[in-house]
Design a protein around this ligand. Sequence first.
Ligand SMILES: *Cc1c(COP(=O)(O)O)cnc(C)c1O
Length: 234
Amino acid sequence: MSSIADNIGSVTRRIQKATLLAGRQPGAVHLLAVSKTRPPEDLREAFAAGQRAFGENYLQEALEKIEALADLEGIEWHFIGPIQSNKTRQVASAFSWVHSVDRLKIARRLSEQRDQSLPPLNICLQVNINEEDSKSGSRITELPELAAAIGELPNLELRGLMAIPDPDQPEADLRASFRKLANTLKRLKTDYPDAGPLDTLSMGMSGDLELAIAEGATWVRVGTAVFGKRPVKS
Ligand SMILES: *Cc1c(COP(=O)(O)O)cnc(C)c1O
């Protein structure tokens, strides 16, 4: 079995190769290690191998790990799961990034509850890119209004868009979904230049990060390829 450090090495090489092939700047794509269901020791091992950014989906589990790993200086926490409005206070205080904002109510609460002594919370709007009924994320048509309103909120920095396209689509469709997200970000940036930096595309996972990078991903969210197969949740 390969170690977490070995896995980070191979994922990093995959990212570098895809970045080069896409003709993009070295370092343009960041690795978010998705650590849901992993014990703190696994994150410690990844940290020792140089990994700093970790993505968590479940708030209670994340808060326990954040506390257990408080001694790791420079660790950076990203929330990537669904957010309930009664949990925004903890998200606003414990994380540097939230990739999964999909409605204004949540954004307003995060801004109100973000401690003034902290830097603004980095936000991505989650987009339901394939317009699946069951998926969270806002529709593309709702984004302009959302972006304009979030741009006015003092303690948030609107960094860009996030999507989880259906991984079971044919490769060409998957790639088209990533391209659609990239084009949507470009359009928002043109139409709402003051809404925020809008410099971020959070897309691509273990199985499809090369396709996402080819279409402009700046954060790839990788779980399985870093930590191994997740235990099945009971
Ligand atoms: C679990 C998860 C990932 C990582 O998926 P892998 O296929 O294990 O790389 C990425 N993004 C989100 C939102 C996730 O929930």
